[in-house]
Design a protein around this ligand. Sequence first.
Ligand code: NAG
Ligand code: NAG
Ligand code: NAG
Ligand code: NAG
Ligand code: NAG
Ligand code: NAG
Length: 632
Amino acid sequence: WTCWLVYMRCIVFCIPSGASQNSSDSGWEAKVTEFFRQRLMEKDAHTWVPSLNDVPLHYLKPNSLVKFRCLIQDMFDPEFYMGAYDTVDPSTKAKVLRCGKYKDVTECGVDLDSANMVTSERQTFYCVPIPGESPWVKEISSCVARVVPSTSYVPSRQKRSYEDDDEDDMDTQPQAQGHAHNGTTGRDGDALAQGNGDSKRQETEAPSGQKASSPPLDLNFPLPGEKGPACLVKVYADWDSFKLNDTMEVYGILSVSPALSALSDQSDTSSSLILDPAECMETAEELRVHSPPASLVPRLHLIHTQRLAHNNPLLPPAALEDSPRLPSGRDMVSVRAELLAYFTQLLLGDVLAAEYLLLHLISNVYARRDVIPLGKFTLNLSGCPATAGPAYTEQLYCALQQLVPSAYRLSMTLQNMNQLRLVPRKDYVANRLLSGALQLAANTSLYLDETQLEQGQLDPAGVRNITALGNVISWQKVDYDFNYHQMEFPSNINVLIASEGRSLLPSDCHVHLQPQVTPPNMEAYLGSALTAQSSSQLNKFRLYLTMARTLDYSISEEVTKAVEDDFVDMRKDDPQSISADDLHSLLGVARLLCLSLGQSALSTDAWSRAKHIETLRKSRSEPQGCLNGNEP
Ligand SMILES: *[C@@H]1O[C@H](CO)[C@@H](O)[C@H](O)[C@H]1NC(C)=O
Ligand SMILES: *[C@@H]1O[C@H](CO)[C@@H](O)[C@H](O)[C@H]1NC(C)=O
Ligand SMILES: *[C@@H]1O[C@H](CO)[C@@H](O)[C@H](O)[C@H]1NC(C)=O
Ligand SMILES: *[C@@H]1O[C@H](CO)[C@@H](O)[C@H](O)[C@H]1NC(C)=O
Ligand SMILES: *[C@@H]1O[C@H](CO)[C@@H](O)[C@H](O)[C@H]1NC(C)=O
Ligand SMILES: CC(=O)N[C@H]1CO[C@H](CO)[C@@H](O)[C@@H]1O
């Protein structure tokens, strides 16, 4: 017998030493993925596949194709599983060759002595829905999905057990999940070894909550208040091409075998063990978080995946270059004007602030020069009015959330700063990455509400949290905490700071709000501005904002020359008036201005206009400079 050790951890299972470790791939596996890839490329085909994001788990048929729009929150170690094996019927002694791919649980009666046994390897990703995904995104995505024939949605599952349902599975192999303890595949097999062991282990609780006393498993969503589902995605090929934090749409086989739940159920001590629990090196806590009940965290066996260049459901998910650019250049100019008018209203008549808000929303880090991220445009909007009732800043956030696909408002109360985990931290005991509010997908809008910061003392953790926010703003990086060392991850988050007065944070651009109107009832004023936008109008804005940030941009040699000459002229009059840094930030504003107008090259007009709005902005009361914000 040879026992397999997976990365210094639990023995997953043993195979006879005679068995070869051939890849069982005779070509059929490639054909499977190719088949689905082809079919999913057909027009609208992806809308026929029900989504874990929209459809409650108990409405979905086990062992069927489902999809999931998600972010990779954590990556577990690779695991071995039985790719192929024989089973023996105890009565007839008939042998059947089985395939373990795309499955979590083996058939019962595994013939451990068979030479047909093949060991294969797969990788597990812990995936969560895209953090902070706006309600309108979820709503539109699920509407699209309703094209699916209603038969897929018959809630047959709620009252019935999975075993019942398996009878009408397309899979004709007898499922014997009730006895599955005789041989589960993969890491989940570890749980068997553990079943008799550690009595201190806490049980995980299924959402149905049969065991009211056990603490719920922390599903580790980056943002507080998020709802699931979380999902363990099993990947069979090319797993090195996935990165932490990638956003993608996964198409795979749904697996919710109750046997998986039994694995983490302490009361189930009847399992016959292949392994000696004493040799198991996986901690109980690790087991608990790596093998949660499938009713809570379903497994998805990946067949096809699509990287998401954005999560705006109004646009095709693939790279935008191939899609018809819905708003043409001319349309973009008119949508921009409407959006500017809307923002002006929200910002109490301040057109300049509205202009900067628009530029901010289409900014993103498009490149890095050494450690300097290029393209970020953190906006510090100070002078936000203090209002009775719901905060002005909160209502402003709600309006913005209706326009961008992912957003999060971090209310910078002392309590949040001192207590919220912002930076993800490695938990070595459970061997997982504890998420934090800064584990966000690229292009997420982070709205820091400083108006909520009351007088009081930041404790040392709070100070470190503020520093972490400063690092995101200045360097677009998050230093993940691995206890013994920090690991730097580049980020791409759009940070908007709303403040009344003082700000603790650096920024690229500071605009002090100059309200032109003082509505007697702010809540009603903003409420009516919001409801005045029809949903088709909102959709236009949503499209515009996603499109504008993806446009290519360049500066011709001719314009470069003109800009250089202009710079020399400006310095001639007053060398103090403009530094090289100022020039760079001016070029940044000019770039965003061009993109916002649907232009992909800098024109001298846009350059002049950038200079003009920058002059206006800097002339506002606050002496605090702008765009020198690279030092926290
Ligand atoms: C493993 O591969 C070798 C060579 O490709 C082949 O001769 C052998 O039969 C295979 N064994 C099994 C169990 O598939
Ligand atoms: C294992 O399988 C055998 C026959 O397949 C069965 O008799 C036995 O009860 C099973 N054990 C468990 C714990 O399910
Ligand atoms: C972020 O935005 C850029 C520019 O539009 C785009 O190229 C990139 O794919 C986006 N990334 C994600 C994860 O949305
Ligand atoms: C994941 O996203 C967070 C937040 O944007 C970022 O800090 C981190 O660097 C990203 N990690 C990777 C590997 O991109
Ligand atoms: C942000 O705005 C506030 C209010 O004027 C100001 O005090 C603060 O210094 C600004 N921060 C930066 C970095 O510009
Ligand atoms: C980066 C950092 O140290 N963050 C701290 C934020 O606050 C939480 C809760 O107090 C701490 O656990 C974190 O260490």
